[in-house]
Ligand binder design. Sequence first.
Ligand code: NDP
Ligand code: 8X3
Length: 252
Amino acid sequence: MERKIACITGATSGIGKATAIALAGLGYAIIATGRRKERLEDLSKELPAGTDLLTLCFDVRQKEAVQKILGNLPKGWQDVDILVNNAGNAHGLDPIQSGSLEDWDAMMDINVKGLLYVSKEIMPGMIARKSGIIVNIGSIAGKEVYPNGNVYCASKHAVDAITQGMRMDLNPFGIKVIGIHPGLVETEFSMVRFKGDAERSKKVYQGFQPLTPEDIAETIAFAVTRPAHVVLADIVMLPTAQASATVINKKL
Ligand code: NDP
Ligand code: 8X3
């Protein structure tokens, strides 16, 4: 049987790494991307023995690098069956009047434009083969806006809109497009948002049980293994203690 290939962006930590492990567990050959080379090199030790792995080190903001690397995948790696657009982060949590241009650029360039650059390289093969699955990692922040979330929420609302648009435009080609929108998942996300402030990051997940990256990965694995005629189009996934972006039952 011909092997199936899953490409996961942002596979060096959190949800992306857990997804690489979960899909490798289903027998997929894995293309794992990210900027941290050492993390990519270490990934092979965490995947099931015998997993075919291709690691690609690049920044999704760098349009030319994305085109060069994903547009010229090595022989045997070109027919990507599943693309998981996961690379992304929040940068800062500030009122709109005091947010920084650097943070705004990072969120729009990585979460929105990076997802588009990557998809642009992978979609043609799926269209030609009339098959494929694209999983876009949105957020509860793409369904609601919360105080100080402004630009991060905008970037994730854009991911939600792009996901809906992809589902329509790729519909004639039998390509499934799945939006996954998690609430609070304990990863390196808050360390990035709060620029390495470990105390502040830890507090985000205190007093309740957050989701784990493995919870999300398990759901992605379930979603991509539905029968050919079924698409789980849009999944909002919250910790039980979370009722909305802002309503969290914390027992502190
Ligand atoms: P992590 O910080 O643990 O992981 C983020 C991943 O994205 C890393 O692998 C990182 O790799 C990669 N990444 C970030 N910036 C770039 C870039 N410029 N180029 C290439 N890769 C990049 O966070 P999560 O696992 O939590 O986040 C994954 C996705 O899930 C994001 O899209 C996030 O918005 C979303 N999400 C997270 C939630 C949460 O509560 N944690 C909830 C809802 C959605 P590297 O640094 O090596 O480049
Ligand atoms: C990550 C979840 O609530 O911090 O997208 O925006 S939240």
